[in-house]
Design a protein around this ligand. Structure first.
Ligand code: ADP
Length: 467
């Protein structure tokens, strides 16, 4: 929008500047012929009349003195030199713009040039020629006089027309200048408004950002404090329930089962509190991880037992990778196991009776497909946890990886909506990528990609193969 306004403003300014330049040029051009006409045409036309008069007088004097007067041809030449000035050049051009003057000038030039034989004969003493010349010059004098008057009149008319034209052009020029100044003012004003608005928007954005940061920090502080506060009594509850369990010989089976329930509920609560603490630490940039090469199968073997009892309860079969090849990837072992447990338990939780969960490892060579693989081909390991569960509706899939968003709609399935967000943050902190594919009613696949540190041929179970 602002760019469009700027372009429009610049276009208007350019257009106006061009119009002003054009008008100034037009003013200059139109005043030029007026000036020439005023200064030269009147005088030059009058000179023709004067020279015709002189020639006429000289011819008549020859008649009186009865002696040849040699200055006749001289005077005639002067007349021709005056008329020649109208044949070309600026005078010619100006006279062409005055219609009646132009016709009269042409006629006088023609008559003047046709007099040459008569002038020569009169000068040689031919009395008949002299008489004819006198009469011709008489006519010519009248015509020259009429020409002086016509030229004068036409020039006056022309001048007044030019004046009107000039006045109009000046008016247009003044209007254009006015519009130009107005546009510049409007332009500056809009610019000023834009700058003020932009500054205000920046200030508001800064304010909102600071407010959001403050809120976020307050929320993280609150979560962190409350989690710590919860953890202390919870540890006590779990400790005492453990004690009770150890001294449970005197208790009947129902009481023992109740104690076990306390322990399970405590474990669940503790893992939830830990997740919330982790999330708030990540949001504050306070979660530290240490990367080291670790065997992938060993981490899977550590994670799988965590979901076994849940899988048994839900009647879901969990299959470890069948491939014997193992890989080393650079991760924080504890955090990576936490991610795997989360993906595996989701695959079990959001499954169906008799459903399956499969874990796969896939070696991939990728070029420029993601941040993991640039221009050079990169060896990437994809760990996929695939299930034959309820899947996720297409329209809900964009809400995945958002904190506390639970999409299944089945409230009986335990969960808080933190696991995936936490996993995504952790994977990204370990320089990996997380992805998924899901079809409602068919099942889901969640995977994590990591650059391969080393490929191992034999299955290496349960060990942290740090370098
Ligand atoms: P939680 O499982 O505690 O609700 P998560 O962050 O792990 O939280 O998952 C968020 C939501 O994503 C879940 O509530 C569920 O709706 C959906 N989801 C996650 N994994 C799967 C899966 N394998 N199949 C179907 N839905 C899933």
């Amino acid at each position: 929008m602002r760019v469009l306004l700027g372009v429009a403003l610049i276009s208007v300014l350019l257009l106006l500047a061009a119009s002003v330049i054009y008008t100034v040029n037009a003013l200059r051009d139109s005043t030029l012929p007026v000036r020439i006409a005023k200064e030269d045409v009147n005088w030059s036309v009058h000179q023709i009349e004067v020279e015709v008069f002189k020639l006429h007088l000289a011819t008549m004097q020859t008649d009186l003195s009865q002696k040849p007067v040699f200055s006749l041809s001289l005077k005639y030449d002067v007349l021709l030199s005056r008329t020649d000035m109208f044949k070309a050049g600026e005078l010619h051009q100006v006279v062409r713009t005055l219609p009646e003057t132009s016709v009269a000038v042409d006629e006088i030039i023609k008559i003047s040039e046709s007099l040459e034989p008569l002038v020569s004969k009169a000068e040689a003493g031919d009395a008949v020629a002299r008489t004819r010349l006198i009469s011709e010059l008489m006519d010519l004098r009248k015509k020259a006089h009429a020409l002086t008057l016509t030229a004068n009149q036409e020039l006056v008319e022309r001048k007044s027309q030019e004046r009107q034209h000039l006045a109009r052009t000046f008016l247009i020029a003044k209007t254009l200048f006015g519009v130009l100044i107005l546009t510049v003012l409007v332009g500056f004003f809009s610019l000023f408004l834009m700058v003020v608005r932009a500054e205000k928007a920046t200030r508001e954005a800064d304010y909102h950002r600071q407010e959001a940061e403050a809120n976020n920090q307050a929320k993280s502080r609150f979560l962190s404090n409350i989690s710590h506060e919860l953890r202390t009594p919870l540890n006590a509850i779990m400790g005492y329930s453990e004690l009770l369990r150890m001294e449970a010989e005197g208790l009947d089976p129902e009481q023992q089962a109740n104690i076990a329930e306390i322990s399970i509920a405590g474990e669940h609560l503790l893992s939830l509190i830990n997740d919330i603490l982790d999330l708030s630490k990540i949001e504050n940039g306070k979660l530290t991880i240490s990367l080291a090469p670790v065997s992938v199968l060993s981490m899977l073997n550590e994670a799988l037992p965590y979901v076994r009892s849940l899988a048994a309860d839900n009647q879901v079969i969990v299959n470890p990778p069948t491939d014997e090849t193992d890989y080393m990837i650079r991760v924080d072992r504890t955090r990576m196991v936490q991610v795997l447990i989360n993906l595996l338990s989701n695959a079990v939780k959001y499954n169906r009776k008799g459903g399956m969960v499969n874990a796969h490892l896939r070696f991939m060579e990728m070029v420029g497909e993601s941040e993991l693989a640039g221009a050079e081909p990169a060896k990437i390991l994809r760990i996929t946890i695939e299930d034959t569960g309820i899947g996720i509706k297409k329209e809900l899939q964009e809400k995945l990886f958002q904190p506390f968003s639970r999409l299944a709609g089945d409230v009986t399935i335990e969960g808080t909506g933190i696991g995936l967000v936490l996993s995504q943050h952790l994977v990204s902190l370990m320089h990996g990528e997380i992805g998924f594919r899901s079809a409602e009613g068919v099942g889901s696949e969640f995977w994590v990609d990591f650059p391969i540190y080393r490929m191992l041929q034999k299955v290496d179970t349960g060990t942290n193969a740090g370098d």
